[in-house]
Design a protein around this ligand. Structure first.
Ligand code: FES
Length: 224
């Protein structure tokens, strides 16, 4: 699964909901105080956009069906809806908000970003960079460049502090081992592969292709 940067905390006021498209899925992103949550964008009862509804404390009310859902869990608080909202893992890192919404399909919109100078990465080593809000590791192994997420998929640990051996990197916290070129898990406890992205060297610079997210519309919630 890939963590995709979808917004910044500064772009979403507490009590607000905004629509984002992640990996081809329409999602609603809610901010409640310091916490951020992601759910499917439409009411399961009648298909209305949740961002057209109203955020009331920790729940959202669909403007058409009147159904109320608990934002964090997606469960129905009052009908007529009976089906819960799908929810998606979110993570804030610094001021950036990331969502994990499934595999990134090939047709997700991407953009190439310059990451750093190739000479900044020594053979057999890695350098952490933040590119378009994504914390990445850029590696040079046997003359080839690779990039993975800089954050372990098990719990929160920076792989920058891990150990590279051959084509693998070991997490410093619980020693999960990942294959750098593919991101696959070689040894647990992690079970989710690291995200990898296309990388190229152009005229002495390293460029990385990253998913970009379209912001659709936002609404400010109310309270009762
Ligand atoms: S945080 Fe990396 S293995 Fe647990």
């Amino acid at each position: 699964m890939t963590w995709i940067r979808v917004a910044t905390l500064d772009s979403l006021e507490s009590g607000a909901c905004t629509d984002v498209e992640v990996a081809g899925k329409q999602l609603s992103l809610f901010r409640l105080g310091a916490a951020v949550y992601a759910t499917q964008a439409h009411c399961p009862q009648d298909g209305s956009r949740l961002s057209d509804g109203q955020v009331i404390d920790d729940n959202v009310e669909c403007m058409n069906s009147g159904s109320r859902y608990h934002i964090a869990s997606g469960r129905v608080l009052s009908g007529p809806a009976t089906e819960a909202l799908k929810t998606y893992p979110t993570r804030a890192e610094g001021r950036d908000i990331f969502v994990q919404a499934g595999e990134v399909s090939a047709d997700v919109e991407r953009q190439w970003f310059r990451a750093l100078e190739a000479s900044a990465v020594s053979e057999g080593e890695t350098v952490e960079v933040t590119v378009a809000g994504y914390p990445l590791l850029v590696y040079r192994l046997n003359g080839s460049f690779y990039t993975t997420s800089a954050i372990c998929t098990h719990e929160f640990a920076r792989l920058t502090d891990g150990w590279i051996e051959g084509e693998t990197i070991e997490c410093p916290l619980h020693q999960a081992v990942f294959h750098i070129p593919t991101g696959r898990v070689e040894e647990g406890p992690a079970r989710t592969p690291l995200s990898c992205n296309p990388i190229e060297e152009r005229d002495g610079d390293i460029w990385v292709s990253l998913p970009v997210v379209r912001m659709a519309k936002s609404t400010q919630g109310g309270s009762s």
